[in-house]
Design a protein around this ligand. Structure first.
Ligand code: GDP
Ligand code: MG
Length: 296
């Protein structure tokens, strides 16, 4: 007794400071118009919006523009504040000639890295730099049941070079479970063939449990999801779902789709790792390239 120094309280101090500041999480959605990007984002987060109970929806834009829209929201759960930035990228893959349609998307991601680097070089070392770097890019795949389009491969390769990419099969309610399994297999084989490096990455400091978790995530990719902004009544309970002529789909039922897996992954198991990986891998790669270029 009496020899307790107390530095172990650092964990609580850090936690308290972080909790007070809140977490910044920036998610980008990429995919053709109409694939359900806005709907999925709302299914994931809208019920926890602090300021408005409304929809997360950037102003309508013409699909022929390639403008990027970022919208900030604050969501909160049990006193923990999450500053959520949704970056919508309308127009990808919508046009007849899609050559270069990915440029504004890649540019936006790099611009955030570049802004962060500028602040880092000028700001006082210990000052907090607001983080606009894109932590996760949800890539929406058309549920065709066939293969990816050549342009998807091109864009995925470019994206995975600069950001954590998580592919999802949109509107998975349009496929049977067999079709879905086959489609997933085909997509993963294609991505492997083209050496597309999806998130999550294994790091040296990962323990067995983390490695296993990553492996499990990889075996599930791409998440086949269904989104809905409506509630339907199933067995007397009101749940997020979609009703069609044949029956109802409960978005949160694992037998119906993989929405719950995506949500667990995004918000419960990998949120912090997505943020860290962005800083330690993607931003660091950008940073060392920039600094090297400065020296030459
Ligand atoms: P975005 O252009 O990618 O943002 O697509 P939206 O979220 O605006 O959705 C386009 C249309 O698809 C809307 O009518 C949605 O109700 C519908 N939709 C969204 N998600 C799903 C889904 O998972 N399954 C089905 N069947 N329809 C969906
Ligand atoms: Mg939209």
């Amino acid at each position: 007794a009496g020899s307790y120094v107390g530095f172990d309280t650092i964990t609580r101090q850090i936690e308290h400071k972080l909790l007070k500041r809140g977490f910044q999480f920036n998610v980008m959605v990429v995919g053709q118009t109409g694939l359900g990007k806005s709907t999925l984002i709302n299914t994931l987060f809208a019920s926890h919006l602090v300021e408005s109970k409304g929809r997360i929806e950037p102003e309508a834009v013409s699909p022929s523009t390639t403008e990027i829209h970022a919208q900030s929201h604050i969501i909160s759960e049990n006193g923990v504040k999450l500053k959520l930035n949704i970056i919508d990228t309308p127009g990808y893959g919508d046009l007849i000639n899609n050559e270069g349609c990915w440029d504004p998307i890649i540019k936006h991601i790099k611009d955030q890295h570049s802004a962060y680097l500028r602040k880092e070089l000028t700001a006082m070392r210990d000052r907090y730099i607001p983080d606009t770097r894109v932590h996760c890019c949800l890539f929406f795949i058309n549920p065709t049941g066939h293969t990816l389009k050549p342009i998807d491969i091109v864009v995925l390769k470019k994206l995975t070079d600069v950001v954590n990419v998580v592919p999802v099969i949109a509107k998975a309610d349009s496929m049977t479970l067999e079709e879905r399994a086959l489609f997933k297999e085909r997509i993963m084989a294609e991505l492997q063939h083209h050496q597309v490096r999806l998130y999550p990455f294994d790091a040296e400091e990962n323990d067995d449990e983390e490695l296993q978790l990553n492996q499990r995530i990889r075996s599930m990719l791409p998440f086949a999801v269904v989104g809905s902004e409506r509630n339907v009544v199933i067995d007397g309970k009101s749940v997020r779902g979609r009703k069609n002529r044949w029956g109802v789909i409960n978005v949160e039922d694992e037998r119906h789709c993989e929405f719950v897996y995506l949500r667990n992954f995004l918000t419960r198991t990998h949120l912090q790792d997505l943020i860290e990986t962005t800083a330690q891998i993607h931003y660091e790669t950008f940073r060392s390239k920039q600094l090297l270029a400065l020296k030459e």
